[in-house]
Design a protein around this ligand. Structure first.
Ligand code: F6R
Length: 261
């Protein structure tokens, strides 16, 4: 796991965009894993700008989102399908239908979840997964207690996550659905490269657990310690809990140019 501390959200976005552009240069038909929530938005802005400038194309790429609320009517502006379309997909040049999302209104939820995992596998797996992290250590919507080998399935959101996400629902916690569909920790772990973005002091404890805590379902993101290629991009505030911060800074400073992230 590599930890990179950046000065702020823009510098993080540039790193994420560089990684996506480099991947698409090498592999134009790459499969991207796309998080929603606030953390990746500056990266999507950066990528949209580069695409508009002709510096990158998503025309042959595909994408899979991580999760979706259950119980929102189709087309609800805060469904993650609507959010990813609005914030990213519609602003770049993906082909029609190139980005898939779990169907939170499917009549047969277990079948829809199995089909989603199958679709990711049929696409050849995710080359680069962009992740955020919840204050309680969730990735996608794998809340504390999630099986570390879980597949896409229905989950109940914690009160904390519903409070955190109520900002997207006019501050009304009860308007945030209690259930979601989410890629499992096992599903996410199959991505070939994972970039996790965290900014702000309210993420500091989750980042500390993710990087330096014991692997435990109590902090689901700790499963990433078992992955061979994870890049954690944080700002100064999110990095404050890290015991080995000086070592991470030194490692980055001495890193060979050819290595990339
Ligand atoms: C969203 C997702 C969630 C968020 C997490 C952090 O698709 O998978 O795990 O990444 O809740 O949300 P923000 O970035 O809004 O702080």
């Amino acid at each position: 796991m590599e930890v990179i501390v950046e000065s702020g959200a823009h510098a993080i976005a540039v790193r994420v965009a560089d990684a996506v552009c480099e991947l698409l240069r090498r592999k134009p038909d790459a499969v991207l894993g796309l998080a929603t929530g606030g953390s990746p938005l500056p990266s999507y802005d950066e990528l949209a700008e580069r695409c508009a400038a002709g510096l990158v194309s998503f025309a042959r790429a595909r994408g899979f989102t991580l999760d979706e609320y259950v119980g929102l009517p189709p087309g609800h502006p805060e469904s993650y399908r609507a959010v990813i379309d609005r914030e990213f997909v519609s602003r770049v040049d993906f082909g029609p239908g190139a980005v898939a999302a779990p169907d939170g209104s499917a009549p047969d939820i277990p079948a829809a979840c199995r089909a989603y995992d199958d679709a990711i596998s049929a696409a050849g797996g995710v080359d680069l997964q962009i992740l955020g992290i919840g204050a309680d250590g969730h990735i996608a919507f794998n809340e504390p207690g999630s099986s570390l080998s879980s597949r896409t399935r229905i989950k109940s959101l914690t009160r904390q996550t519903r409070v955190d996400n109520s900002r997207f629902f006019g501050g009304d916690v009860d308007a945030v659905p209690a259930h979601c569909l989410t890629q499992g920790l096992g599903t996410i772990s199959e991505a070939r490269h994972i970039i996790l973005v965290a900014t702000g002091a309210n993420k500091a404890e989750a980042v500390r657990q993710l990087v330096e805590g014991p692997i435990s379902a109590r902090w689901p993101a700790t499963v990433l310690q078992l992955h061979q290629h994870v890049t954690v991009l944080v700002d100064e505030a999110a990095a404050t809990g890290l015991e080995l911060l000086d070592y991470y800074r030194e490692t980055l400073r001495l890193k060979p140019d050819w290595q990339g992230i």
